[in-house]
Ligand binder design. Sequence first.
Ligand SMILES: Nc1nc2c(ncn2[C@@H]2O[C@H](COP(=O)(O)OP(=O)(O)OP(=O)(O)O)[C@@H](O)[C@H]2O)c(=O)[nH]1
Ligand SMILES: [K+]
Ligand SMILES: [Mg+2]
Length: 443
Amino acid sequence: MIPQIGFPDTIFALSSGRLPSGVAVVRLSGAQVRFVVETISTTLPEPRRAAYRQFRSQEGELLDQGLLLFFPGPHSFTGEDCAEFHLHGGIAVIDRFLRELSSFEHCRMAEPGEFTRRAFANGKMDLTIAEGLADLVSAETEGQRRLALQVASGAQRDLYMDWRRELIQGRALIEAELDFADESDVPGSVSTKVWEAMKLLSDQISRHLADGRRAAVFRDGLHVAIIGAPNAGKSSLLNMLAGRDVAIISEEAGTTRDLIEVKLDLGGIPVFLADTAGLREAEGIVERMGIERARARANSADLVLLLEDMRSPESVPLPDFDGEMWRVGNKKDLAEPHDQDGWRYLISARTGQGMDELVAAITRFAEDKAGRIGNVVPTRRRHMDLLEATVGEINEALTQEDLPLELRAENLRRASQFLGRITGDVNVEDILDVIFSQFCIGK
Ligand SMILES: Nc1nc2c(ncn2[C@@H]2O[C@H](COP(=O)(O)OP(=O)(O)OP(=O)(O)O)[C@@H](O)[C@H]2O)c(=O)[nH]1
Ligand SMILES: [K+]
Ligand SMILES: [Mg+2]
C-alpha cells in the first residue's frame, strides 16, 4: 500500500467547465471527505458506485440533488479519500454548494493543479504523467491530444526510466572495476564496453532531442505571415482561410494597418496566420508603424506568403528573411491566361479558386516541420533542458579519457540525476510550484 502523505487540508473545486452547464462536477480530496459526504448526504455510498442523493447543508437546508461518488484512498486519483458531487450546473447552485463546503473545518478551495500534485506526492504518478494530464486538458488540436495522451499514458516515463537504469548500471560496472582493479587480469575491458554503450545512449538521447524540437510545433504552433503590396488581397485571403470576416477588406490601398492574427487547425497543428499592412513607402506615421510590424512579423515567421495581384505584380521592399517564402498570385478570376507565370500557387481570394491546394500545401509544410507523431518525444522546455544536461554529462565522460575513472563515473551519476529530475524521482521540490501552478483549478 502506498503510504499517504498527510496533507492537513481537505481540498475541493469545481472540476467541470464553465457555468452554467447541464451538469457540474465538484471534486473533493482529503481526510475530511468521509465526514463531509456523510453530513451532506447522510450516508457514505458504496465505493466507486454512483448513488442518487439529496444534498443538505449542515443546518438541514436542501442544496441540490444529484449523483454522488466516493473513492476511498489509496485507490483514488490522489491516493486520499475522494468524492465527486454531480450537481445541476447553475451559477447560484454551485456558489451555494462551494460555500457550504468551505464552512467545514479544514476544508478549502483547491489551488490550480493541487489534486494532481497530491497524486504525485502520494506516488500515484510521476511528473511526466502529471504534465501529460495537464496537456491533455488543454489540448486544442488532434496533434496536441495525441502527444499529450502518449505522455499521460507513461511512454515518456518508461523511456527515461530505462535510460536512467542504463546510466546507473554503467556507473556501477565502472565502480566495480575500480574496486576490483588488482584482481582483474584484463584491466579496462569492462569500462570499454560501458563507454561504447554510453556512446550509443548519448546518440539516442540526441536524436530524441531533435524530435522534440520538431514536435514543439504542436505546442507553439506554426507561424505564417501574409505580406505583399497594398490591395494585393491579403485581408481577403485571411478572411477566406479563417472562414469569417476577421479583417476589413476595401479597395482603398492601405486599409490594414495593424497585425491581425487568426488561429487555424491544420492537420492537428495550430497555425497562426497573420494579415499585415501592405508594404509601400507610407506617408502617415500609423501606416509606417504598421509596415514595421509587418516586417518584424515576417522575419520571425516559419512561412511567408508573398501575395501579388497577378495582373500587376508590384515589387515590394521585401523584409530580409531567410526562411521559407512562397509567391502566391491572387485575383486569378480577373487575370488573363498570359499573366500566370512565376507563382507557386494561383488563387482567387474572392471566389476561393486554388484555395484547397494552398491549404493542403501549408498543411504539408506544417506536418513536415512537426515530424510524425509516434516516436516518444520530450514535450516541454523543462524536459529538453534536462535532457541536454544529461547528454552534456555523458559526453563529458566520453571525451575526458585522460581523467581518472572515478571522475568520469561521477559524470554518469550526474547524468542519471538529471534524468531523474524529469520524472520527479530525484529532488524536485524546488520546481513543483512552477509545474503545478500551470494546471487549471480542479485538476
Ligand atoms: N476580383 C477579385 N478581387 C479581389 C481578390 N482579392 C481581393 N480582391 C479585392 O481587392 C481589394 C483589396 O483587397 P484587400 O483584401 O483589402 O487587400 P489587402 O492586401 O488586404 O490591402 P491592404 O490592407 O490595403 O494592404 C478589395 O476590393 C477586394 O475585394 C480576388 O481574388 N479577386
Ligand atoms: K485594401
Ligand atoms: Mg488588408
